[in-house]
Design a protein around this ligand. Structure first.
Ligand code: S3P
Length: 201
């Protein structure tokens, strides 16, 4: 489903040529990377790695980049410096990616919630929003402890609230893809295919 069609339906590959304009993308944009945005637990890193393999692109995960640069975990950054400081680190990480080419970028779940960050990503990347329901997200994240924002007493309520707040920003992505109930490899194949088709001009 291209941006503009509503809801969380799966995107459909219809066999015809996908052009950037077909996707509602300004063809003047200089797209040389692919970005995956969306909530925690929607599979951005897992799927992103497979997409990168398909396209023979490099892969970067913004959380991983921050952890590597600072030599500290995301949980530690949140605990010692708070979320606002983490968001600044995210912005710095993002700023360094635009000059790179042939990169699949898995963006931390809150990164694209900032409209300026989404703009920055869209300057060089075709942006895919991975969509999943709050229940699926909870199922995926509930045994994990590395996401400080979901460590409270009612993670489902937190997921719902954050998703509702972030959805308008996620909707600025170029393509929406449901990743909830499908195998990562299948979703990755579809993303790689759409990316290649969209770039044919
Ligand atoms: C966050 C998502 C996390 C990580 C941090 C904050 C968020 O990344 O950046 O815990 O605000 O949604 P993932 O989406 O890769 O889990």
């Amino acid at each position: 489903m291209a941006r503009g069609e509503r809801g969380g339906e799966e995107t459909a590959c219809r066999g015809g040529p996908f052009r950037l304009q077909w996707l509602g993308v300004n063809p003047a944009r200089s797209i040389h990377n692919l970005a995956l945005v969306g909530f925690m637990g929607t599979g951005k890193s897992t799927i992103g790695r497979v997409v990168a393999e398909h396209l023979q692109f490099g892969f970067v995960d913004t959380d991983g980049l921050i952890e590597e640069r600072l030599g500290r975990s995301i949980s530690d950054i949140f605990a010692r410096e708070g979320e606002a400081a983490f968001r600044q680190y995210e912005k710095h990480a993002l700023a360094s990616l635009g000059q790179q080419h042939r990169l699949v970028i898995a963006a931390g779940g809150g990164l694209a919630a900032d409209p300026a960050n989404m703009e920055s990503l869209k300057a060089h990347a075709l942006v895919f929003w991975l969509v999943a329901s709050p229940e699926t997200i909870l199922e995926r994240v509930q045994t994990q402890t590395h996401r400080p924002l979901l460590q409270g007493p009612d993670p489902l309520a937190k997921i719902r609230a954050l998703l509702a707040a972030r959805e308008p920003a996620y909707r600025q992505a170029d393509v929406f893809i449901h990743s909830g109930l499908r195998a990562p490899r299948e979703v990755a194949q579809q993303i790689a295919h759409q990316f290649l088709m969209a770039r044919q001009r």
